[in-house]
Design a protein around this ligand. Structure first.
Ligand SMILES: [Zn+2]
Length: 482
């Protein structure tokens, strides 16, 4: 059997900070001297790690909303990262960083499909693995991942069903039903925590390996196999949250490659290791349903009150308000799609090409309508004018659905207060979707939304959700709701 292995995974992510009405990222003075926080983190983390070739030697996922920004604002960095995909180190991420166990099955499927398709567009291959936002998981989500061809994911050790039997030094299989399973690697808690939160531990990479990694790998597994140490963290800590840690990462992975350099261990991304792992021999492990890596109360951090926020009473009403808007918009979408002979949900699944910036909305909509027309037998050619109005309708509805998906990005619920930009941004996406729906049908979606938001209150300012909504719109120069 081979030597002990060290695998690093970095989850790189920024939310979509664009104003959905204009498509531009508003300046954020708190990120000065940078224009906004994505640019700031790019300068401190994505650029130096790409320049040093660190993406070559670790496993990683770059969230699609970050990848869209990179491709538009730093195309050289976007392409440099893509060039460091070795065919197995990069994995996908559901598109909007949505907490999937809290989403409808249809939204989960769309988010996973968008994530996979986005990955194919950028890296030119199918992903074998997926990083679940906040590692939030339940069995239905894993089942959907398997159905879409995903083979593995990474979870926190406390998400395993039977803590006592878990040995994070080897991967497991999770049975998802129907005779199918997914490989799950549970990361090493102590090593990952040290890298994330203990700057003193990562001042010297050689010392980190000697004092912390090698002891974890000192004993072979009961099966006689060589053990694995898997470190999984946010990618941003390498240079942004912690200065100069891109240098730590470069040094830590400098023995990259099987059988290279250091006599004690191999350093390789998890994907490389799993590629050679005989899957049927992996032991079975269960998972704890509806758990995550950054909330120790399941997924409450994004849906209700837990100890992660001093006063989380605003979180549930926010979710209820957005879910009501989503349901109303979906009803309206189905009603307006039906006469066009187009399945709204497969049209939505395919819209990722537009969202990712690889297809123009006009071209995509024209293709969808042409396919629908050629499928429907006996459809007569209608006039150009009717065609144009159908294209316009479809384009608007898909733009509304895109914002409706975006408003569920986990960031809106993560922090202590809904007066923060992360939550205001979710309200802007909600407004964008609601206003399109109202323009097309006069359904009064925005009025209901504002009513539903008015029951929540920001702990810091005392402003209610309706006032926050008006503030969110005012900040991007949009008119107040009627
Ligand atoms: Zn919590």
């Amino acid at each position: 059997m081979t030597r002990p292995r060290l695998a690093i995974h970095g989850h790189f992510y920024q939310p979509d900070r664009r104003d959905p009405f204009s498509g531009a990222v508003p300046p954020d003075p708190s990120a000065a001297p940078a224009h906004d926080w994505t640019e700031r983190v790019a300068d401190e983390c994505y650029v130096p790690n790409a320049l040093r070739g660190n993406f070559r030697r670790i496993g990683w996922d770059v969230g699609p909303t970050l990848a869209v920004w990179l491709r538009e604002h730093r195309p050289d960095v976007h392409d440099a990262i893509a060039a460091q995909d070795d065919g197995s180190n990069a994995i996908a991420q559901p598109w909007h960083h949505t907490i999937l166990p809290l989403a409808s099955m249809r939204d989960r499927r769309t988010e996973i499909r968008w994530g996979i398709r986005d990955f194919e567009l950028r890296y030119g291959r199918r992903p074998a693995g997926i990083w679940l936002p906040e590692t939030a998981v339940d069995l239905p989500t894993l089942r959907l991942c398997v159905a879409e061809g995903i083979r593995y994911t990474i979870l926190a050790p406390w998400q395993a069903g039977t803590d006592g039997d878990l040995d994070t030094r080897r991967p497991y299989r999770v049975d998802v039903g129907g005779g199918r399973s997914l490989v799950v690697a549970f990361y090493d808690r102590d090593l990952s925590t040290a890298v994330s939160f203990d700057p003193a531990a990562t001042e010297n990479a050689d010392e980190f390996v000697r004092a912390r990694v090698l002891p974890r790998l000192a004993h072979t597994l009961p099966s006689g196999e060589a053990p694995l140490a898997l470190i999984a963290t946010d990618g941003e800590l390498y240079g942004h949250h912690q200065r100069f840690r891109e240098l730590f990462l470069a040094r830590l992975t400098s023995w990259y490659g099987m059988g290279a350099g250091d006599p004690h261990l191999d350093v390789a991304p998890l994907g490389d290791l799993l590629a050679e792992e005989p899957r049927p021999t992996l032991p079975i492990m269960t998972i704890r349903e509806r758990t995550s890596w950054s909330c120790h109360h399941g997924v409450l951090r994004w849906s209700g009150e837990c100890a992660d926020a001093a006063d989380g009473r605003w979180k549930q009403p926010l979710r209820v308000a957005l879910e009501r808007l989503a349901a109303a918009l979906d009803t309206l979408t189905e009603a307006l799609f039906r006469p066009l002979g187009v399945d709204p949900w497969s049209a939505r699944d395919g819209y990722v090409d537009v969202a990712a910036g690889y297809a123009a909305a006009d071209a995509y909509v024209a293709r969808v309508l042409t396919e629908a027309t050629s499928v429907a037998t006996g459809t007569t050619r209608r006039g150009d004018r009717a065609r144009h109005s159908r294209e316009a309708l479809l384009r608007e509805l898909l733009a509304a659905q895109s914002s409706r998906l975006a408003m569920f990005a986990s960031d809106a619920w993560f922090w202590d207060d809904p007066g923060r930009q992360e939550t205001l941004q979710a309200l802007r996406f909600a407004a964008h979707a609601a206003r399109i729906g109202d323009r097309l049908t006069g359904a009064g979606l925005e009025r209901t939304l504002v009513d539903d938001l008015s029951v929540l209150r920001a702990p810091s300012s005392g402003l209610d959700g309706a006032a926050l909504y008006r503030l969110a719109l005012e900040q991007v120069g949009q008119p107040a709701p009627l």
